[in-house]
Design a protein around this ligand. Structure first.
Ligand SMILES: *Cc1c(COP(=O)(O)O)cnc(C)c1O
Length: 500
């Protein structure tokens, strides 16, 4: 065993890993990367088919990101945001605010939250380190904002989706609804409500027989899942306690198993939640920064009085916008630095910010922060990544990659154990089942997804499953040939592992 692997075995405890299994075989020690390729300590090369757990955007060892970081390193790596501003964090905050409001566009008037409130424009950025902390910040801010607007006796309550995953800190876990991850900590958590999320492939309201297509396309239902949100919100209102916030992963729930929402669902349910007084918290930790494809949204501009308002097409990097949803909190992390450094941000409105203003001795301060808040290297990587994202080459590459992915995934339908293939932009989840005609699932204990991914790794392609769902999430720089190898490896691995 390589010396580094031995040291890992001796001392490193890995996340979400059964260490008893881990200790049985020599771990792969990654020492280098280039584009979509990872290299290990033995010189073997692999394709990074899940973008290093959904973080990497432009590929590894990117010359532009590297150069930006080197330039910043020549100045300073970190200074505290407690008491000091800094250059990259200020610049990044401004860029994020512009993007979160559709590149400076004005959110459609209909999207304004409670009429009369001058909210809806995301104007303030709170930096932290990870997706979990970004959600923790949104949670605390929404909680306290609600108490300050509804009164100190109010008991703010949150509504989130079945299967939701918002991170692993205790607040974020409370918002989540994945029993397997969360049951052990039940005693530590506060109560939140969950509501059905659309999972068309396994939806009890979907009357359609399985077909060889994404279940969203052939589903037969009456949007019962929207009705569920409506009745949850109505019940909360009846109890005299409207939800403080509705928390969601827009367009696709990641850790739930890459579960996509049918077009129009998010718009409908967020209108309902907002109509019942709830703030909207969009967790775009996975979906942000173009991961769900190039969304073009209609933005009505009516700034010049003489000119009639017109609708222009404005590109967006966020999944909520593609559904014409304008949240009050936007949490981003994973791809924020292009996958280089741990950094996160929670964007919110002026209205929320203002609720925390007051004289020093009123103690209305937001008492929350992290040592590395506004880290200069992280913010530098974020700026460089956003610069790349808005460039024509990246936009063209993402368009092509999305089309290539759609094309390549078609070949999977010939496998009888592929039940559902669901793609949203540059993410795909492939759900494996005993037989596609019955949708019969494998038992978790059979480790079907894990075994398929092990067989993919033997073919030089790395990804991680979620139960029986194999995830493909290529970096944006992935070439057509590399993508073919990723999907080809998956096809062969399924055929080898799940021979009927
Ligand atoms: C990964 C993820 C998180 C947690 O982010 P960490 O950086 O791992 O703390 C939260 N929400 C979503 C949707 C995620 O995919």
């Amino acid at each position: 065993m390589h010396k580094l692997a031995r040291l890992d075995h001796a001392h490193v405890w890995h996340p979400f890993t059964q260490m008893q299994d881990w200790l049985r075989r020599e771990p792969m020690v990654i020492t280098a990367g280039q584009g979509a390729v990872l290299r290990d300590v033995r010189g073997r090369e692999y394709l990074d088919a899940n973008s290093s757990i959904w973080t990497n955007l432009h590929g590894h060892n990117h010359p532009k990101l590297n150069a930006a970081l080197r330039r910043q390193l020549g100045k300073i790596a970190h200074s505290s945001a407690l008491g000091f501003a800094n250059e990259p964090a200020s610049l990044l905050a401004e860029r994020l605010v512009r993007l979160a409001n559709a590149a400076g566009g004005v959110p459609p008037r209909a999207a304004m939250p409670n009429p009369g409130m001058h909210a809806s424009r995301l104007n303030k950025v709170f930096f932290s380190d990870d997706g979990s902390t970004a959600m923790e910040v949104a949670l605390k801010l929404a909680y306290e904002f609600t108490r300050r607007t509804r009164g100190p006796k109010s008991k703010p309550r949150f509504l989130s989706l079945a299967g939701a995953y918002h991170g692993d800190t205790v607040g974020a876990v409370s918002l989540g609804h994945i029993a397997l991850f969360h049951q052990s900590y039940g005693g530590l958590l506060f109560k939140t409500d969950q509501v059905m999320s659309p999972y068309c492939y396994r939806c009890p309201f979907n009357r359609a027989e399985p077909e060889r297509a994404d279940a969203r396309e052939y589903r037969q239902c009456n949007w019962e899942c929207v009705g569920k949100v409506e009745s949850k919100c109505a019940a909360a209102r009846k109890r005299g306690n409207d939800y403080a916030a509705f928390v969601f992963e827009p367009r696709m729930q990641g850790a739930a198993g890459m579960i996509p929402q049918p077009e129009g669902w998010l718009k409908r349910v967020s209108d309902i939640a907002r109509g019942h007084g709830a703030l909207l918290v969009a967790d775009e930790v996975m979906t942000g920064f173009g991961r769900t494809g190039l969304g073009y949204l209609p933005v009505t501009t009516s700034h010049a009085r003489k000119k009639p308002s017109r609708v222009v097409q404005s590109p967006t990097l966020f999944a909520s916008h593609a559904e014409d949803v304008w949240p009050d909190f936007l949490a981003v992390a994973k791809g924020l630095t292009g996958g280089y450094l741990p950094m996160a941000a929670t964007l919110t409105t002026q209205a929320v910010f203002d609720a925390f203003l007051g004289k020093y001795e009123e103690f209305k301060t937001f008492f929350h922060g992290h040592s590395y808040t506004g880290n200069q290297l992280g913010a530098t990587a974020g700026l460089a990544s956003l610069e790349l994202l808005s460039g024509k080459p990246s936009i063209a590459a993402r368009l092509r990659l999305e089309e290539d992915l759609r094309h390549e995934l078609k070949s999977l339908w010939s496998l009888p154990s592929v039940g559902d293939v669901r793609q949203v932009g540059l993410v795909a989840g492939i759900e494996l089942v005993r037989d596609w005609r019955t949708r019969e699932p494998f038992a978790l204990a059979e480790r079907v997804g894990a075994r398929v991914c092990e067989a993919m790794a033997r073919r030089g392609v790395l990804t991680r499953p979620i139960g029986s769902v194999v995830v493909l999430m290529p970096p944006y720089c992935t070439t057509r040939a590399q993508l073919r190898r990723m999907v080809g490896a998956l096809r062969e691995a399924v055929a080898e592992t799940l021979r009927p």
